[in-house]
Design a protein around this ligand. Structure first.
Ligand SMILES: C[S@@+](CC[C@H](N)C(=O)[O-])C[C@H]1O[C@@H](n2cnc3c(N)ncnc32)[C@H](O)[C@@H]1O
Ligand SMILES: Nc1nc2[nH]cc(C(=O)O)c2c(=O)[nH]1
Ligand code: SF4
Ligand SMILES: [Mg+2]
Length: 222
């Protein structure tokens, strides 16, 4: 089995439950969605250059970094054929902590098992401003646990109101970690905080993409 790898790099994780920690990123080529605001559109385009790598090659490269947190992202990692074999390979190593960034359109039921060792999922719930809300698999909320996270990337007040509604309707705070993050440069973080105060969004964590503060927001491989 070979995987289409658009880039591998070491950085600090700029998003999610392990924000600020060192992580090695594997970005797969290709996505099944087209979010209006996507900051990695280049990795989804037909002509993107990628390396075909086996699981063993990927594992070796991850080990060579000496970094213990591994983030599989994209593109959409869960549409890579044979992705479960790769997560099994990485997760059998007790020294590694594996996280998958996924877009909410793929069923997580086959992945969220009772197994001791499985990846943690950070699942986006795509809101109206992404143009992809109708693609969301709502049944995923039944299988996410405290090992996982749901992220709402909000572009406007309408998105904020919808995120608030979903969090409450599905009791997400009791089940899993919940993040709200602005579409970069589209909505002021202070507007989000104001909304959180007014709507008493206890247990929700505002998150800004750290790597876009540290480096040029357009820079790849960071
Ligand atoms: C590029 S996506 C790749 C993983 C997967 N396809 C997904 O959407 O979750 C990784 C994360 O970046 C976020 N993201 C993409 N473009 C963004 C932007 N312009 N501002 C803020 N977050 C963005 C996505 O919402 C997602 O949480
Ligand atoms: N530093 C850094 N952290 C990240 N966390 C999630 C990312 C992603 O694109 O999925 C990402 C990314 O692209 N860079
Ligand atoms: S699902 Fe993720 S990679 Fe795909 S278009 Fe949306 S943000 Fe970009
Ligand atoms: Mg990114």
């Amino acid at each position: 089995m070979k995987y289409r790898v658009a880039e591998i790099f070491s950085s600090i994780n700029g998003e999610g439950p392990r924000a600020g920690e060192l992580a090695v990123f594997v970005r797969f080529a290709g996505c099944n969605l087209q979010c209006t605001y996507c900051d990695t559109r280049w990795a989804n385009e037909g002509g993107v250059s990628y390396r075909e790598m086996t699981g063993a090659e990927l594992y070796k490269q991850v080990l060579a970094t000496g970094i213990k947190n591994v983030t599989l992202t994209g593109g959409e990692p869960l549409i890579q054929p044979g992705i479960a074999a790769l997560t099994d390979l990485l997760c059998q190593d007790p020294a590694l902590s594996v996280e998958i960034e996924t877009n909410g359109s793929v069923s997580l039921k086959p992945f969220c098992t009772e197994a001791d060792r499985r990846p943690g999922f950070t699942m986006d719930y795509k809101l109206a401003s992404s143009g992809m809300e109708d693609k969301m698999v709502l049944a995923n909320f039944e299988v996410l646990t405290c090992r996982d996270a749901v992220k709402f990337v909000v572009g406007d007040q309408n998105d904020l109101a919808r995120a608030c509604e979903i969090i409450s309707a599905y009791g997400l705070i009791k089940k899993t970690a919940v993040f709200i993050s602005p579409v970069f440069a589209h909505i002021a973080p202070s507007e989000i905080v104001k909304f959180m105060i007014v709507h008493q969004m206890e247990g929700v964590c505002l998150q800004l993409q750290l790597h876009k503060v540290i480096w040029d927001p357009e820079k790849r491989g960071v």
